[in-house]
Design a protein around this ligand. Sequence first.
Ligand SMILES: Cc1cc2nc3c(=O)[nH]c(=O)nc-3n(C[C@H](O)[C@H](O)[C@H](O)COP(=O)(O)OP(=O)(O)OC[C@H]3O[C@@H](n4cnc5c(N)ncnc54)[C@H](O)[C@@H]3O)c2cc1C
Length: 387
Amino acid sequence: MTATHDVIVVGAGIAGASAAAEIAAHRRVVVLEAEERPGVHSTGRSAALWILNYGPADVRALSAASRPFLEGPPQGFAAHALVAPRAVLFVAPEGQEAALAAMMAEGQGLEELSPAAARALVPVLRADYARAAAIERDGLDLDVAAIHQGYLRLLRTRGGEVRLDARAGRVARTGGLWQVDLGGGEVLAAPVLVNAAGAWGDELAEAAGVAPIGLRPLRRTACIVDGPAIDGFPGWPLMGDAAHSWYCRPEARTKLLVSPADETPSAPCDAQPEEIDVALGIDRMQVALDIPVRRVEHRWAGLRTFTPDGSLAIGWDAKAEGFFWLAGQGGYGIQTAPAAARLAASLVLGRDPDREPGLSGIARRTDPARFHSQSSGRRAAGWGSAH
Ligand SMILES: Cc1cc2nc3c(=O)[nH]c(=O)nc-3n(C[C@H](O)[C@H](O)[C@H](O)COP(=O)(O)OP(=O)(O)OC[C@H]3O[C@@H](n4cnc5c(N)ncnc54)[C@H](O)[C@@H]3O)c2cc1C
């Protein structure tokens, strides 16, 4: 078997699309997507936010390093801006003061607000709710579809290919190549396979005979509710409690996105919302905010997939040659995508990511070898004679 491509990327969500676009500048790339269109799973179900003070250190570093791209993408990447300003207000009811203090101690650019100042900003905040508050003033709303489509377009412009309805089910390493049987007698082969299969990352590894890293898909629910018209409402910040048990964000003149910030363990699947979680989100929001809800207009759920330690897994598998992990994006896969894609491309191309702008030191924290303590050293693909 000879190589049909240099790199096979499995999964056309934001992770696979962005990394494939970066790698395609230098290698022949094909992306395999099981669904009939890209973005059906987690990528199409996010809350579309960029928050710096969110997640562990590697996530915060990748979020910060992604911001310049999101604010100033390359010419032709999208027809309009990918981001819009959205402040983030964290409020601490009784019992959560310590959680907020810890966030302030560790956070960057977080400004303490008195409960009165928080109420001046969001007049529907109930007087007896907040004991303390903090604001991140330069959070962002993201246009996820534009970011995702922009990367898919960039990939194609660079000669890359996306195969839809193409599940990588039978995967084997033979003769120094990953071979993916697409059925009907078609087999794709490449020295490198990038695992960007989201919640299915461990399943893909097992199908390829590679040890899983212990990915945990957790279901999260969101809904759009319709409330009253309130002056200034669309410009209000995203709001949530310090313990991350609910959040909400104005969507349009009378619409509010609400989530109970649930984290229910799930098998990899087409996640669906449970009524109880929708009700919990609205209830917790209404304990904090005096906003009547006329009806729930839309509800959905998606999977946020975490590694055992909550940091991302970006790097070569410790044992399986040419098997590259791009997994565990949790609740931050969109806001970290531009930098995570550059980091992945740098490693796949055999470069030193510590020399890439904004990425110094991150590869050590995301190295998936940490999940295999018996690791036998790096297993980068040898770019062989085909290159
Ligand atoms: C409710 C909710 C709110 C969120 N809010 C935010 C937010 O505000 N900001 C943020 O940054 N992130 C947010 N996230 C997280 C973000 O959506 C994810 O981290 C991100 O979408 C993960 O992208 P992905 O490409 O890894 O996964 P996915 O988008 O799930 O893509 C993986 C793809 O791989 C495909 N696949 C799997 N196995 C195979 C196979 N064997 N062969 C071929 N294809 C395969 C799947 O079909 C899927 O399309 C949120 C998530 C949820 C659920």
